[in-house]
Write a protein that binds this ligand. Structure first.
Ligand code: NAD
Ligand code: UGA
Length: 464
């Protein structure tokens, strides 16, 4: 394989955009084309005002500003980009299927298949095709079947190179990854293709962190990593329920177990539940694969991770209703935070929307403040759940107006700014008794209690 000087990425989303921005910065000798079917998204990536990029990630705008127009390009010219590229990354969405066989469980691979067909019909020279999207184990076989049956004589190598970045820390994760995983065929052509891709990463990632495996191990490792991470969150969240009943404090328990090196201290923060586009989707996908392969016990085991997560979201909303004297009908409740975690504007599967729906179903008046999520996004999320947003939803640009005359405030995202709000002022402007439900355990309960609030904090005995 000759030196790589031209690559393209199909899919300008949360993964494609930041990943390619980092490659472009670290490899100025490589022309990087990011293409997408969505013209508005591409226009936003090309916006002269870097604040209007379609994705908010700390450090992303600066990085795009540095390379865009030099060796980083965003466009809708998909065929041209495919034809010019030596390596093509497929970084399109792989959501849970909403129809037909595997509905609600399996990953919908139609966008990936469309990419494979487009590559097959467009390419006139040999290509390396890289699975960047998270895919069920053995998808590379399906991609290869499509590519190898075009009759054009073009040869393809399909690699699996899953992405492990987390939103909110994407740039940092990409600059200093724990590892880069590349799976390929175990023959000389496969090894050459792996080396071509590895040589790109080697521009900034130490060689010992670039792991090479067979394709199936790589595909399955990605699903397994997300399942293990989600399992930790569900594990600590299950214990948070027990803490609330026993006087134990979840933060103290997490610290105590996390100091055991075998357990480790990461991913032990109790919460209102995990959200994001991937944990739930990937667990469902894993469960579906296990069931398809007749591995019932394995499927049942992993399904519990999602069951506990659903329970945690429901439990949080139920607790608000129960505490506010068994009804929130006509009551004003301020929701602070809508994003599924801090430092992102992504709201996919955010626990906030499920909590809001539950409260609106009980006729609450919901007042939302989030520093990065747009009003339209909040409306879209609730309409997706079938909620009538005309009546009971109000969106604010300040946490203070959101909580004015409220019966209760619920913290649903751990934005740093919430820790240093003027809680005395908020208290004085709320109805009494004034309740706080901290779904992220970010407040100092004692201090908040001293102001006069009735406080519930996930994983701690309530101070009512
Ligand atoms: P996304 O929805 O933000 O972006 C996907 C993009 O692909 C969209 O802009 C869409 O218009 C485009 N697209 C779809 N079909 C296309 C086609 N045929 N041709 C051209 N463009 C097309 O998704 P994302 O969050 O970037 O996730 C992409 C993949 O990466 C998923 O498989 C996901 O599981 C995985 N992943 C995501 C994250 C994350 O943090 N979001 C992290 C690791 C892995
Ligand atoms: C997750 C993984 O961390 C990434 O490695 C992976 O690449 C990505 O999924 C993916 O495949 O999409 P992400 O969903 O962006 O990344 O964010 P996380 O930091 O993992 O958080 C996921 C959810 O779990 C959030 O709602 C977060 O608030 C919650 N969480 C996380 C907790 O409640 N407690 C924790 O201790 C950690």
């Amino acid at each position: 394989m000759s030196t790589i000087t031209n690559i393209c990425c199909i899919g300008a989303g949360y993964v494609g955009g930041p990943t390619m921005a980092v490659i472009a910065q670290k490899c100025p000798h490589i022309k990087v084309n990011v293409v997408d079917v969505n013209p508005e998204r591409i226009a936003a990536w090309n916006d002269v005002n870097l604040e209007n990029l379609p994705i908010y990630e700390p450090g992303l705008a600066e990085m795009v500003g540095e390379s865009r127009g030099r060796n980083l390009f965003f466009s809708t010219q998909i065929e041209q980009a495919i034809n010019n590229a030596q390596i093509i990354f497929i970084s399109v969405n792989t959501p849970t299927k909403t129809y037909g066989k595997g509905k609600g469980m399996a990953a919908d691979l139609k966008f990936v298949e469309l990419c494979a067909r487009q590559i097959a019909s467009t390419s006139s020279e040999n290509k390396i095709v890289v699975e960047k999207s998270t895919l069920p184990v053995r998808t590379a076989q399906a991609i290869k079947n499509i590519l190898d049956n075009t009759g054009t004589g073009v040869k393809y190598q399909v690699l699996s190179n899953p992405e492990f970045l987390a939103e909110g820390t994407a740039i940092q994760d990409l600059l200093e990854p724990d590892r880069v995983l590349i799976g390929g065929e175990e023959n000389p052509e496969g090894k050459n293709a792996i080396e071509a891709l590895a040589s790109i990463y080697a521009n900034w990632v130490p060689r010992e962190k670039i792991l090479q495996t067979n394709v199936w191990s790589s595909e399955l490792s990605k699903l397994t990593a997300n399942a293990f991470l989600a399992q930790r969150v569900s594990s600590i969240n299950s214990i948070s329920a027990l803490c609330e009943k026993t006087g134990a404090n979840i933060d103290e328990v997490a610290k105590a177990i996390g100091m055991d090196k075998r357990i480790g201290d990461k991913f032990l923060k109790a919460s209102v539940g995990f959200g994001g586009s991937c944990f739930q989707k990937d667990i469902l996908n894993l469960v579906y694969i296990c069931r398809s392969l007749n591995l019932q016990h394995v499927a049942d085991y992993w399904e519990q991770v999602k069951t506990i997560n659903d329970y945690q979201k429901q439990r949080f909303a139920d607790n608000i209703i129960q505490t506010l004297y068994n009804t929130v009908s006509g009551k004003k409740i301020a929701l602070l935070g809508w994003a599924f975690k801090k430092d992102t504007n992504d709201t996919r599967e955010t626990p906030a929307m499920y909590v809001a729906k539950e409260l609106i179903d009980d006729q609450a008046e919901i007042h939302v403040y989030d520093p990065k999520v747009t009003k339209q996004q909040i409306i879209n999320d609730l309409e997706y759940l079938g909620v009538d947003t005309q009546k009971n939803l109000h969106i604010h640009s300040s946490p203070y107006t959101a909580s004015e005359k409220a019966h209760a405030v619920a913290i649903l995202t751990e934005w740093d700014e919430f820790k240093s709000l003027k809680w005395e002022q908020i208290y004085s402007e709320m109805l009494k008794p004034a309740f706080i439900f901290d779904g992220r355990s970010i407040l100092d309960m004692q201090k908040i209690k001293q102001i006069g609030f009735k406080v519930y904090c996930i994983g701690k005995e309530p101070m009512f």
